[in-house]
Ligand binder design. Structure first.
Ligand code: FDA
Length: 389
């Protein structure tokens, strides 16, 4: 094999490593991915009948306060001025999210100023009288008070976890931010926007380098393929961004994940909901939210008589499902420690990305983590250090 490094997975983590090694260090990198496309979960494509860009694995909004990451990503794409805002439907009424002064005043039919609203939430949150919350339900009440918790958090969380919040650990939610202003901008990072010509164009530019070869449809564990774990590990250094438990053949047991099911539909209207993301807070609606993709790019010339929506449903993942969000129970954390020990002993293999570290990572975190891995591990190794570890 004519490569200095094999990268398993062509998501943002893997491609950032590949691009830096190829461009900055002049190394030859082979990237494999078991899927038929590059980009990992950030992949997007045009819905064929409307041309509307759809994020196949759930809506992806880019945001960061990390100047190094912002400078880096701007080498491959320009960003629109899109600012993300989310609304939620509760009992037939639409409220702004995250909970802010607008939400509070609409909900209580009131006109509180910031101080009065803060006082109200404080009073409502005191219901448990200082008792330590023993489950998610009590945690919610103690953070924002019962009325707001039950309206906006309880049933939505139950749908996300397919579990009654009285049976979920309090630790799932450590804080529920309430804004005592009318600001309902979803992210508060310095930089925010969507790639002007889409995620896939951005991702393809990262991989477009004479020192990078990408092979799709190649599973690292499929020994019938010329490039696989058995014949690569020990011969060529590897950056592995697939699931860490799979790498070790589930020796310490499976790590648990939540997955999402998406139901996509083209509707014969130019605008279905007037915004990009509408949450559904109530238990009688089975989905958690609806995305309407045209609203991510108001600057584009999309058809005015059709729109694409995607309903999102959430549940625990089976082995054959796409792993999306780590469940992270105490049992998972114990298993993860055992996998970290195994990973540390795997000579010249580095584990990275959201699946390789069993962590939810936003895109900017995956990219930032990959840049650090290049600085701290790969550059010294290719500069003469004996091992990658
Ligand atoms: P990623 O999962 O993208 O890539 C890993 C790749 O490895 C995949 O392509 C996979 O096919 C491949 N692979 C796995 N096993 C393999 C094997 N055995 N052989 C070969 N290839 C293998 N972030 C953000 O900043 N803003 C947002 O709005 C969102 N929204 C969002 C929604 C949803 C539903 C999710 C689940 C996630 C987000 N994210 C996000 C997070 C974002 O998706 C995440 O930061 C990136 O996917 C991380 O990139 P990675 O390269 O780590 O993993």
């Amino acid at each position: 094999m004519d490569a200095d490094l094999v990268v398993v997975g062509s998501g943002f983590f893997g491609l950032t490593v590949a691009e830096r090694l190829a461009e900055e260090h002049g190394r030859k990198v082979l990237v494999i991915d078991r899927r038929a496309h590059i980009g990992g979960n950030a992949y997007s494509e045009a819905e064929p009948t409307t041309g509307i860009e759809v994020h196949r694995y759930g809506a992806h909004l880019f945001h960061t306060s990390n100047e190094r990451v912002w400078e880096y990503v701007n080498r491959f794409t320009a960003f629109t001025s899109y600012v993300h805002r989310v609304y939620t439907t509760h009992r037939g009424e639409v409220f702004p999210m995250p909970i802010n002064l607008g939400t509070i005043n609409q909900f209580f039919r009131s006109s509180y100023g910031p101080d009065a609203a803060r006082e109200l939430v404080k009073e409502l949150s005191a219901e448990l009288g200082g008792k330590k919350p023993t489950n998610l339900d009590e945690q919610g009440v103690s953070l924002i008070g019962r009325p707001l918790y039950e309206a906006f958090i309880r049933d939505y969380t139950a749908k996300q976890w397919q579990t009654d919040p009285t049976e979920l650990p309090a630790s799932i939610i450590s804080r529920l931010p309430v804004r005592y202003t009318y600001d309902n901008r979803y992210f508060n990072d310095t930089h925010e926007g969507l790639p002007v010509d889409g995620y896939t164009a951005w991702i393809e530019r990262m991989a477009d380098h004479k020192n990078i070869e990408v092979r799709l449809g190649v599973d690292f564990f499929d020994e019938s393929q010329p490039v696989n774990k058995k014949n690569v590990v020990g011969n060529v250094p590897v950056v592995y961004t697939g699931p860490v438990d799979r790498y070790f053949d589930y020796a310490e047991g499976s790590l648990s994940w939540r997955t999402l099911d998406f139901e996509q539909e083209v509707l014969p209207t130019g605008d279905f909901q007037g915004t990009s993301v509408m949450n559904y807070a109530d238990a009688d609606v089975p989905y958690t939210r609806i995305h309407e993709f045209r609203h991510f790019h108001p600057e584009r010339d999309y058809p005015t008589d059709r729109t694409v929506i995607m309903r999102e449903f959430s549940r625990f993942a089976e082995k054959s499902d796409e792993p999306y969000y780590p469940v992270n129970t105490s049992v998972d954390r114990e298993k993860l420690l055992a996998y970290r020990d195994l990973a540390a002993g795997e000579k010249d293999v580095l584990f990275g990305g959201r699946l390789g570290t069993y962590k939810y990572l936003d895109m900017h975190m995956a990219i930032g983590g990959a840049l650090s891995m290049v600085d701290n591990k790969l550059a010294p190794y290719f500069g003469g250090r004996e091992s990658l570890q």
